[in-house]
Design a protein around this ligand. Structure first.
Ligand SMILES: C[N+](C)(C)CCCC[C@H](N)C(=O)O
Ligand SMILES: O=C(O)CCC(=O)C(=O)O
Ligand SMILES: [Fe+2]
Length: 421
């Protein structure tokens, strides 16, 4: 067959899938499938368009803009943007995909300028713009850059001199908000300055970019070292680097911290870019990185203090990557809240501990630690899916307020401002 430029993963997927549902027509060799239309290439008249296509037995192949793309026929029918298949006002599919014959093939295919026309056996016509197919295809999106990020250690972050955004400009201008979000997306942390040191003003900030995620800790939280809750956060003890709410099925996306008062010593905040550390693991020990993406873990929060009774459990690997491009999108790292491991046998457990140690060594390198003293007026936003936080032990009276944000809504705001998120 001509179209052999399938990625490894894709190849394996296809093997797997071909053992599942296949169309009987493909299994019985007939004259047509022995002599597919492979030799009959269709070229566009204009050389400048640089487009060629051919109709294979089980897929449509398109060469356009220096990319070879292979499309499944059901996919081509399913993504039809005609008025009866797709509501362009709501951007929702109207077509019932289950009504599409899984063995569907177009009756005819025609290219006119930059539009491909597929006529289906029932006479329905689907039009595709070549650029649209180029952008939306598997092969096209594989080439697309992943979320732009600047992975950092303390030196990289400090040298970058990332500016903080002023409270007023954050609240009142789209540019202020956009700059803030751009930095937040790039580094996973961002600061707002000159915020009046009250819970109400902190809440206003949060609401400017997102919905506040209410949790067992409340909507806005306000805490001191009074052990009002059954967690070390509510003490004066040091806290090693961690991500919060690893014990939720979906850990909180963003954490907001505003230190309203501290009369005492210590209490500095530690920040570590988890993606930078994970990337070091990927470079040095790729099979350990892989294992950290594979072994599912439980994290657990059990609380019985005063009126507070909670038992939360979240399941997922330490490193979460997208299966199609291996991009890391979430790290769950909380050694305090990690529950009993019993999801894999003992030999895998041992390899997992080795991999976890490698990651921990990276996370603990002093050069990866960025320390800041939170002060009244300076609000810190942390991407809790990427950047770990911790704190130094402290003395005296210390008041912190803040909240969690829903990640979807922060990204929504970023996209509406024209940012890639
Ligand atoms: C105080 N505040 C509400 C911010 C967090 C409390 C959560 C602490 C928990 N061990 C965790 O890491 O998720
Ligand atoms: O007290 C601090 O600075 C942070 C404590 C903490 O980790 C948390 O509240 O999530
Ligand atoms: Fe925390």
């Amino acid at each position: 067959m001509w179209c052999c430029r399938l990625s490894h993963l894709h190849g394996r997927l296809q093997n797997l899938l071909s053992r599942g549902v296949t169309c009987s027509a493909f299994q019985q060799p007939n004259f047509k499938s022995l002599f597919p239309l492979a030799i009959r290439w269709h070229h566009t008249a204009s050389k400048s368009l640089n487009c060629a296509w051919q109709q294979h037995e089980d897929h449509f192949e398109l060469q356009y803009a220096n990319t070879v793309m292979c499309f499944d026929y059901v996919w081509l029918r399913d993504h039809c943007r005609s008025a009866s298949c797709y509501n362009s006002k709501t951007h929702q599919r109207s077509l019932d995909t289950a009504s599409v014959d899984l063995c569907i093939k177009p009756k005819t295919i025609r290219l006119d300028e930059t539009t491909l026309f597929f006529t289906w056996p029932d006479g329905h016509v689907t039009k595709y713009d070549l650029d649209w197919l180029g952008k939306k295809s598997y092969e096209g999106q594989k080439q697309k850059v992943i979320q732009p990020r600047i992975l950092w250690n303390a030196e990289i972050y400090q040298q970058a001199q990332v500016p903080s955004v002023d409270f007023q400009s954050f609240l009142e201008t789209n540019d202020g908000l956009k700059n803030f979000l751009q930095n937040f997306l790039l580094y996973g942390i961002a600061f707002v300055e000159n915020v009046p040191p009250t819970q109400e003003h902190t809440e206003k900030l949060a609401e400017r970019i997102s919905l506040i995620r209410e949790t067992i800790y409340g909507r806005m939280w306000y805490f001191t070292s009074d052990f009002s809750r059954g967690d070390t956060a509510y003490t004066k003890l040091a806290l090693d680097r961690h991500t919060d709410t690893a014990y939720f099925q979906e850990p909180c996306g963003i954490q907001v911290f505003h230190c309203l008062k501290h009369e005492g010593t210590g209490g500095r905040t530690l920040l570590v870019d988890g993606f930078y550390a994970a990337d070091q693991v990927l470079q040095k020990a790729p099979e350990e990185f892989e294992l950290l993406t594979k072994v599912p873990l439980r994290h657990e929060y059990i609380e019985n203090v005063g009126e507070c009774h909670n038992h939360m459990i979240g399941v997922g690997p330490v490193l979460n990557t997208y299966p199609w491009n291996k991009e890391l999108y979430l790290i769950r790292y909380n050694n305090y809240d990690r529950a009993v491991i019993n999801t894999v046998p003992y030999d895998v457990v041992h390899r997992w501990y080795t991999a976890h140690r490698t990651l921990t060594v990276e996370l603990r390198r002093p050069e990866n630690e960025f320390w800041v003293k939170l002060k009244p007026g300076r609000v810190l936003f942390i991407d809790n899916w990427r950047v770990l936080h911790g704190r130094e032990s402290f003395t005296g009276y210390r008041q912190l307020c803040g909240c969690y944000l829903t990640r979807d809504d922060v990204l929504n705001t970023a996209r509406l401002l024209g940012l890639q998120a």
